[in-house]
Design a protein around this ligand. Structure first.
Ligand code: NAD
Ligand code: IPM
Ligand code: MN
Length: 372
């Protein structure tokens, strides 16, 4: 029987609630293989004790695993300086430090250039859009995950003076754009509708997005069977609401897809439903093997407003776990998770408060295990 080593990084806030729920489901689902879990207590709490989000050799510690399952990172400390105090006065870690030094370090360090984010409606759930049904919403977002607006190049100058300024660069490489577009075309080609929408903003961004559009045209020529549309990202956001049925695979830069996929979560009915996988599809082709394991994480964050109450929706984490099993090459376990999940959402008796119910995270996960 095959055995997989899974690194767990529950992280902060509700990450520590939804990851154990997903692990219970994974344990029940893994029948043709065994899963060997190893938990890493990294995150903001760890930072407050050590001054680091993860150890210096954190990537080396993760490397031998087959996959990483991450909950959420961050204490929700928006808009505070590097001092580390939260707006409510409790000790914290600024978001731009916590996310850069853990989440983005893993995505970039292991060159996980694809962030796959499905947006679909589970049985028993209605999209919150009037006039649209579950059949209208079947999107697959392909997010560029290692460059673009997130490259982290820039600086702050003349700090504290009236002439202070900040520079934040975007970097789009031909290689980076081409590989994400190619992956998106492959995904579109494999789906029944074979449609691809690309998010651009080349009307206002004369360099990066014009390069993106040019590479799109070039790669499109290799995929005559895929119907391509190029939308400005603002119009695409509106289209997700007004004509979601016209969207199939959507490819976008790091920041654009980040924003669009929270909208996707809202379209699904809750941010607690949106799943994601960080992948390096060319890892197998590297002469020296892969840089590191793929990472699976719900789209949502640590939800400080509900953390600690045991009421977070674990669906995103459970769905994410199904993506993990699928990518590990265990389709039966993945299908088992998804059909149990759908059975529970379909009969509508067990719901967490974000979907109007009264059940806890644990109760929902137990129902999925029971359905299995
Ligand atoms: P968030 O996703 O944590 O929360 C936004 C809203 O959605 C909140 O009202 C929250 O209660 C709700 N929500 C999110 N997940 C839910 C779930 N599973 N069940 C029920 N409700 C849920 O976004 P935010 O408030 O902007 O960010 C909070 C912190 O999380 C910040 O530090 C942010 O940087 C971080 N963050 C981390 C990740 C990650 O680690 N992958 C992703 C997004 C945000
Ligand atoms: C996500 C998150 C992260 C991102 C943040 C927390 C850095 O919002 O995974 O969508 O922007 O990638
Ligand atoms: Mn996001």
């Amino acid at each position: 029987m095959k055995s997989y080593r899974i690194a767990l990084i529950p992280g902060d806030g509700i990450g520590r609630e939804v990851v154990p729920a997903a692990v219970n489901v994974l344990k029940a689902a893994a029948r043709e293989c065994t899963l060997d879990f190893c938990e890493f207590g990294w995150g903001c709490e760890y930072y407050l004790h050590t001054g680091r989000m993860m150890p210096d050799d954190g990537l080396d510690q993760l490397r031998p695993h087959d996959a990483i399952l991450l909950g959420a990172i961050g204490l929700g400390a928006i808009g505070i300086g590097s001092g580390g105090a939260r707006s409510d006065g409790r000790a914290g870690v600024p978001d731009h430090v916590s996310l850069r030094d853990l989440l983005l370090r893993i995505r970039f360090g292991f060159d996980l250039y694809v962030n796959l984010r499905p947006v679909e409606i589970l049985p028993g759930l209605e999209p919150p859009l009037g006039g649209k049904t579950a059949d209208d919403i079947h999107m697959l977002f392909i997010r560029e995950n290692t460059e673009g607006e997130y490259c982290g190049v820039g600086g702050r100058f003349k700090r504290g003076t009236p002439d202070e300024f900040a520079v934040q660069q975007s970097i789009f490489t031909r290689k980076g754009v081409e590989r994400i577009l190619r992956y998106a075309f492959e995904q579109a080609r494999a789906r029944p509708r074979k449609r691809l929408a690309s998010a651009t903003k080349s009307n206002a961004m004369q360099y990066t997005m014009v390069l993106w559009d040019e590479v799109l045209r070039e790669v499109a020529a290799e995929y005559p069977d895929v119907r391509v549309s190029n939308y400005h990202v603002d119009a695409l956001a509106a289209r997700m609401i007004t004509q979601p049925e016209s969207l199939d695979v959507v490819v976008a830069s790091n920041l654009f897809a980040d924003i669009l996929t929270d909208l996707g979560g809202a379209l699904q009915g809750s941010l607690g439903l949106a799943a994601s996988a960080n992948l390096n599809p060319s890892a197998g082709l590297r002469p020296n093997g892969r840089l590191g394991p793929p990472m699976f994480e719900p789209v949502h964050g640590s939800a400080p407003d509900i953390a600690g109450r045991g009421i977070a929706n674990p669906i995103a984490a459970i769905w994410t776990s199904a993506l993990m099993m699928e990518h590990l090459g265990e389709p039966a376990a993945a299908a088992r998770i998804m059909s149990a999940l759908k059975a529970v959402t379909g009969d509508a008796r067990v719901r967490t408060p974000d979907l109007g119910g009264k059940n806890t995270t644990e109760e929902f996960a137990a129902a999925v295990v029971h359905a299995m």
